[in-house]
Design a protein around this ligand. Structure first.
Ligand code: HEM
Length: 244
């Protein structure tokens, strides 16, 4: 289904301030705001980690950036199959419909950055322990917890569609990449489409995020995800060196 299709379909299905029922799942109308509000301070902490400051300051070295992408690839390689396994679930079907998958883009960036050699060194430089724990968490949720997977999709894809968009030119500049090479990860098809996707994701949360009990579960899992990202970034920061 096209992005526009998902967007308009979810909009037209909305009755303002009315709970929406998708199959057997009823969703509080203010859920998107609540989720954002209740993860705000963790978002700020993640944003202010040394690794993110290095990245946004354009001071991350190529090896450190490769390492970050490899860890993100491991995360998405656990998240995306887990979501696709439950692609027909009413909570996850709209996410799948947005076609946000990032694995191919991450692999393309790793190739463009010449990180293949590093990938081959994985046995001597394993993924961060926090990444491994995150992957295990996601694998444990596959097939069992669509609401928790929605939380992880929210943290990753909404992050990529929002703050992530600022990073593409910074990364390209810091690593002296020609054109868009090496920044496919941030590319969702142009600014307009990216904004539409972020709006559609927000809409699916507003219209599709569960009864109060499920809503609490999603929020708790999103908080766990942010906290685990912070641990992962702190671990990766120990190895990251500013570019000369
Ligand atoms: C360089 C660091 C970062 C910057 C500058 C940044 C910036 C932003 C900005 C400007 C927004 C839009 C806020 C709004 O609509 O009011 C946003 C949203 C978001 N970011 Fe970040 N961010 C960063 C890192 C992260 C990280 C590391 C994650 C996840 C681990 C993340 C997850 C999110 C999410 C989930 C949203 C959507 C919030 C919502 O509308 O519900 N961000 N970010």
């Amino acid at each position: 289904m096209s992005v526009e299709g998902v967007w308009h379909e979810s909009r037209s299905a909305l009755q303002p301030m009315m709970p929406i029922t998708l199959d057997r799942i009823t969703l509080p109308p203010n859920f998107a705001e609540r989720l954002k509000h209740e993860t705000r301070s963790l978002h700020r902490q993640a944003e202010q980690t040394a690794l993110m400051r290095l990245l946004i300051g354009g001071k991350m070295s190529a090896p450190a950036y490769c390492r970050l992408l490899r860890n993100l690839l491991a995360l998405y390689s656990a998240l995306e199959p887990a979501i696709l396994r439950q692609a027909k679930h009413p909570l996850l079907a709209p996410v799948v419909g947005l076609d946000l998958l990032r694995r191919a883009a991450l692999r393309a960036d790793l190739r463009a950055l010449g990180c293949d050699e590093e990938t081959a060194l994985r046995s001597v430089e394993p993924l961060a322990a926090a990444t491994q724990a995150y992957v295990q968490r996601l694998q444990g949720l596959a097939g069992t917890d669509p609401e928790r997977l929605l939380a992880h999709a929210y943290v990753r894809y909404m992050g990529d569609l929002n703050g992530g968009q600022r990073l593409a030119p910074i990364v390209a500049n810091a690593l002296q990449l020609p054109g868009r090479e090496g920044t496919a990860f941030y590319d969702f098809g142009g600014a307009e489409r990216t904004a539409a996707l972020a709006g559609a994701f927000r809409e699916l949360l507003t219209s599709g995020a569960a009864d109060p009990e499920i809503a609490d579960t999603i929020i708790a899992e999103a908080q766990w995800s942010f906290a685990q990202h912070i641990t992962m970034f702190d671990e990766l920061a120990l190895q990251a060196q500013p570019a000369a």
